[in-house]
Each structure stands twice: as C-alpha cells, then as structure tokens.
Design a protein around this ligand. Structure first.
Ligand code: GAL
Length: 692
C-alpha cells in the first residue's frame, strides 16, 4: 500500500514545543505564537512527553489544553506533528501496574522515573498505549493542524529481562530455529558446556555465547518494532491518510532501522553534531553528512531532520555555541542530503528538569533579539527561498555498505585486534573519499530490497558477517557490470556468528579471487605500507601508502595483483587485488590503508566509471558539495565547514544563488561556515558531465 502523503509540500521549519509546561503562563503562550511567525516556523512537534497531562488518572482524559494548542497552531498557520506519549509513562501507571517498568539483568525491577524505559512486551503497557492513541486519533483525526504522527520518541534498544520479555524471546528463538538442536548448533554450545536442553534454560546476558548475544539484539530490535506497530495500529486504522513517523537516532543505538523503514511513511531523525570540536573541525561535517545519507537511504527518499539544537546541548559534557554561519550551514546541510525540514529540540527552554539548560529557540531571557533567534529566523527565511527543492531528490551512484547486524557482530568479536576494529569509523573513512570529491553516496545495509544495479560502485568495508543471500546478491551485481570493493576482515562469520570454514572471505572468496591465510596486526613500531605495481598506479601523487592496524596475508587464486606490501616479513606480498567476473570487477584491499590511499584509489575508480562532481577541480579540504535534482533543475549545495572562506569553481555552468538571488558562475566564494545553494538549469548546465 502506498504511504499517505503530507498535506503540504513546503519545507518544514519548527521545533518540539512543550506547550503543556507553560499552562500557567498564558503570556508565554502568546509570545510563543508571535515568535513562531517571526522565525517563519510552520510546524511544531507537540505532546511528546505529555501522557500525564492528557490522562492524569487511569481512564480519565483531559484534552482541553491539547484542543486549544492545536486550534491555536492552526490559526497561526503552523502544522502539528502530534506525538503519541509512550516515550514517558505517568507515575500512576508504574504504581498501579509495576509490570510496565523494566527488569534489569539481575532480575530487579527498576523504579519509576526518567523516560524511554518501559517494557516493550508488557500487555498492560501496550493496552494503555493503544487506549490513549485511539483517543488521540479519534479526537484529532479531522483537525486541520494535524500533519503527521510522531510515534513515541527515540525508541532505543533498552533491555528488559522480565518474564514477559524472556518468554517472548524464547518464542522468537523457537520460531527462528524450530528445535533446540538447531539452536545449539547455531550457537556452538558445546563450547564451555553451554548446551541447552530446555527452552526455559535460555537467558540472555551470557557474553561468551556470541550467537545468543546476537540473537538477543535482534530480538530487542524486533520487539521494539513490534511495539511500534502495536501502538501505531489505531493511528493507521482511524487516520489512514495521515503519515506516520518516529524519530530515529544514529543507528548505533542498537535497533535495526532498516526493519522499521518500510513501516514508517517518512524517515525522521535527530542529529546532534558537536560542532567546533575536533582539531580538523570539518570532520564533524563529514560525519554528519554520512549519517544524513544513512537516513535518506532507508527509503531512498527525502527525510525530515526532526531534532537538532538551535544552539547547544546540555548532555554532551561540553557543547560549544555555534559560531556565526554554522546554524544555517548545519541546518541546510541536512537539506543538501535530502531532508525536507530543519526542526529543533526545543522551541523554549523549560524552567526546571534536567533539560532546562538545553539550547532552545527561546531561552530564559525570553526575547527575540538574541543571536540564536536571528540564526533560527535566517534558517526560516532560507527555507522559504528553497521551497522548490522539496520535490528534488539525491541521485547517488555509489553505495557504502554500513550494516547494522554486522556492527553488532563486530563489536562482540573478541579477536586479535578487537580494540582496533572501529567499524563505523572505517565506513566513514571510505565515505570520506567521496565526500572530499563531492560525489554523492547512499549508505546501505547488506541485505534488503534495494536494487543494487542502480550503483556503479559499491564499497563494503569490513563485511565481517555475510548473511544468507548477500554473497549471491553481490555476485550478480558484479557479473552484471558493477564494481565492488571488499576489504580485510570480510566474510569471517555467517548470520549466527559461526566462522566460515575453508578460508575467508567465506562465500565471497570466489568473487574476490583471494583467500586470507591470516591477518597481521600493524601497530607501534611494527609498520607496513603498500605500493601499487607498475601499470596500476593510482590517480594521485603518492607511490607509497601507510598501513595501520590490519594486513591480511593473502593467497591469490585468480585475481590480478595491483599493489604489494613493502615492509617486513610481508614485503612483496599482495595487498591490493582485482578480479573480473562477468561484466564487473571486485577489488580486495587486504589492509587498512591511509586516507591518501582511499582518496587516490576512489578517484581512480570513479573516473573510470565516469562519476564526477559538479565542482570543477579538487574541492578544498573541508568544503563539500551535494546535489538534489528535480528533472531539469539541479540544485548544488556548496558547504564550507572551515573557519576560513574558500573558492570553488562550477566551471562554465550558469546558475543562480537561491539564497541571494544573484547569478553564479565560474569561481564561487563560500564564506567560512558558509553555504551557497546554486540552481543550475539543464540548458545552462553546459559542462560535459554531472552526477546522475
Ligand atoms: C533527544 C530527545 C529529546 C531531547 C533531546 C536533547 O535525544 O529526543 O527529547 O532530550 O535529545 O538533545
């Protein structure tokens, strides 16, 4: 069934609005609505943590304040993203039904408090959520302010060891394995006498049974999705035309969002970069770009930036206020990667509670003459100018495989070099080469419905766990003409975390044409480097590249050796190989090579595939370019994450800067922490190639 669409195609600008915290302050409400107009906000997320205000006693509902809020939003031309309140439970609920509180690993039930900590299996909790969600849907189904449902808040992978959860886990295992024999084999339980002889002996938490741990994670993700579906059910039934979302976070929270994606109508996520921190502060732009691309890729469609801070956070230890320009840059960076909104936590700082010092559009000073207010207004004005971009999409022909279940498996690997693994960092290191060239990437899972044929190049760093079907997909992708890059630490285990026999990279061995005999650890004084062989030089200035952490000793079967190690006992052994299969190629990088290698290597591969940035010549470090296309119209976002201004060339293209309305062509200056958004029409795009 097609997803319901939003009532508006406008780019959204808004915030989490905690109206209910200010019910005794009518003058604050008046100010809020006036200031929403000034900042060009057109949406507010409301009711997120308001369960006790909506249902002060079991079964007694009070919707009066929510009626007034929604009416007033509508009168002000502001839409509501209405939350279901399950993210935080009322004290009366924990008191009368203690089963809604989670049980810890030692079997102790947690006391009521904080948030995001209910049992996902508790029948009572599910029943109460369905009851209040049903009433919300029935009451507001025809309200003109209702734009979208915001189901719960930031589901995470919190663990509950109550009897309900343990029973559900065992049932889930039974459905997965069918028999204890199959489970015992998959979990390799003859190790340390771990064999289970009855289902109720199984308890999660034993870190030495990797298959068990992996399945427990899968179960938590499954159970959270099941909870989401249960609480969404009344919304789907009563308001089938209203889209549903829930706010995701960076994927390492422990949920497999790929499983959620088909069940939400539009992806939304909460992004909290730590700007101005690292020595090379542009790196935060790189990392944030990677995670925006992850979220766009879940549905290969525009998403929403549901939360970001307008200034600082209160929970990152030290949070540096954004320097001039950075708020606009960081908000529009999301749009560049496919977001159709810039939204904040939070509209107004509360007077009390643990988030009273978290940044907000309105701080405790309470006036509209602050820097933050001006920055937010500038985002509102810019989004109005960028209105047509909402229907433009990102077209990526490169995909980085960053696989959630693989991440879980790698984290528990307990192998030589365990503390050097850093899986997501390595995915970002490979992504970084494309970011620095201004070439768009999707970031995808190894399994799933995505049609790989749309990519010219797929990079799968450290695909340690190869799940069923993955090898076949990659083989047919390569044979059909794709280019695949694999690396060290690929194809070690199957979906149960059982090692492949006969050599790594397991089921990808024939495709790569190599077998790994063992893997050297390259640390401290033990150094290594790679040089390309004659005739295989990369498109760059280096002839030797530094290796750190991991270097495979390879047996080359039927691949061509393109690069070799140059030091120590591995001197002369193969380090970079390539094998042709069908119409495509598979490269194998046997070691963790430095950023210069990755840049030169991918520059060589992308130019061979005819992939180019819209920018002429190299981008200065820390300057990035992303594009969105709508038919003939190409929108180029040129972003400078450095303090100093930079110049880039858009060549002979004739464009218009949508933020300033000025023509743009040739060399374009981008201020420090600045952004240019340049529209190039097809007829005016006279350059030979552009992405997509
Ligand atoms: C988010 C959360 C918000 C707020 C915010 C603070 O993770 O969804 O409710 O706590 O963090 O940065």
């Amino acid at each position: 069934m097609a997803s319901p669409r939003m009532k508006t195609t406008r780019l959204l600008h808004g915030a989490d609005y905690n109206y209910e915290q200010w019910l005794n302050y009518p003058e604050i409400h008046d100010a809020d609505f006036a200031y929403m107009q000034k900042t060009k906000c057109n949406v507010m997320s409301v009711g997120i943590f308001s369960w006790v205000m909506l249902e002060p006693e079991e079964g007694r509902y009070e919707f009066g304040w929510m009626d007034r809020l929604l009416d007033r939003l509508h009168e002000s031309g502001v839409y509501a993203i209405l939350a279901t309140p399950s993210g935080s439970k009322p004290a009366w609920l924990s008191h009368t039904h203690p089963e809604v509180c989670q049980v810890d690993r030692n079997g102790i039930r947690e006391p009521h408090g904080a948030r995001h900590n209910h049992c996902r299996t508790s029948p009572v909790y599910r029943e109460k959520c369905v009851a209040i969600n049903t009433r919300l849907a029935e009451r507001y189904k025809d309200h003109p302010a209702l734009l979208m449902w915001h189901v719960s808040n930031e589901y995470g992978a919190t663990e509950c060891y109550c009897d309900y959860c343990l029973d559900a886990f065992r049932q889930w295992l039974n459905a997965r394995y069918g028999s204890l024999d199959a489970l015992n084999h998959a979990w390799w339980t003859s190790f340390w006498s771990h064999r289970f002889t009855a289902w109720d002996q199984i308890r999660p938490g034993d870190q030495s049974i990797h298959g068990l741990q992996l399945d427990w994670r899968r179960f938590i993700s499954h159970q959270t999705l099941d909870f989401f579906l249960a609480e969404s059910q009344p919304l789907r039934e009563i308001t089938p035309e209203i889209p549903i979302t829930t706010n995701f976070m960076r994927p390492n929270v422990g949920l497999n969002y790929w499983d959620f994606a088909p069940h939400v109508d539009i992806i939304a996520w909460d992004s909290y970069p730590r700007w101005h921190f690292p020595e090379e502060e542009w790196r935060e732009g790189l990392i944030t770009g990677f995670f925006h691309d992850v979220h766009r890729s879940y549905k290969n469609a525009p998403f929403l930036l549901m939360e970001s801070t307008p200034s600082v956070t209160n929970w990152q230890g030290t949070s540096i206020p954004k320097k001039p320009g950075m708020h606009l840059l960081s908000s529009l960076q999301a749009v560049a990667h496919g977001s159709n909104s810039a939204q904040y936590f939070q509209w107004r700082q509360g007077r009390g509670g643990s988030e009273k010092f978290h940044g907000a559009v309105m701080n405790h000073l309470g006036t509209d003459d602050t820097q933050v207010f001006a920055d937010v207004t500038s985002v509102g004005e810019s989004l109005e100018k960028l209105e047509p971009i909402g229907s433009a999409v990102v077209e990526a022909r490169v995909a980085i495989v960053y696989d959630q279940e693989n991440e879980w498996a790698i984290r528990q690997a307990e192998m030589p070099g365990s503390d050097l693994l850093h899986y997501v960092d390595r995915c970002i290191a490979h992504y970084s080469a494309f970011w620095r060239m201004g070439i768009a990437c999707d970031v995808i899972d190894s399994v799933g419905v995505i049609d790989l044929e749309r990519y010219s190049l797929i990079v799968a760093p450290m695909l340690y766990m190869v799940r069923p079907g993955v090898a076949d997909r990659l083989i047919s992708y390569v044979e059909g003409g794709g280019t695949l890059v694999l690396t060290y630490l690929t194809g070690l285990v199957d979906e149960s975390d059982l090692c492949f026999l006969g050599g790594f990279p397991g089921p990808l061995r024939d495709l790569a044409g190599v077998t790994v005999e063992d893997t050297d650890i390259v640390v401290g004084q033990h150094t290594q480097s790679v040089a390309m062989v004659d005739g295989a030089a990369l498109d760059g200035s280096s002839d030797r590249y530094t290796v750190t952490d991991f270097a495979d000793r390879l047996r080359v079967c039927d691949a061509t050796v393109l690069g070799r190690f140059t030091e120590g006992f591995m001197d002369g052994l193969p380090a970079v190989t390539m094998k042709e299969s069908g119409k495509g190629r598979t490269y194998y990088l046997a070691s963790r090579n430095d950023d210069r290698f990755l840049l030169d290597f991918y520059r060589t591969l992308t130019s061979r595939a005819g992939l180019e940035s819209v920018i002429d010549g190299p981008l200065p470090i820390g300057v990035n370019c992303q594009t969105r296309r709508d038919g003939e119209r190409l929108y180029c976002f040129i972003m400078n994450f450095n303090k100093e201004s930079a110049e880039v060339s858009i060549g002979s293209r004739q464009g218009v800067d949508l933020l300033t309305d000025e023509p743009a062509h040739g060399m374009v200056t981008v201020d420090g922490y600045g952004i240019r958004v340049i529209e190039v029409r097809k007829g005016e795009d006279t350059s030979a190639s552009d992405p997509g």
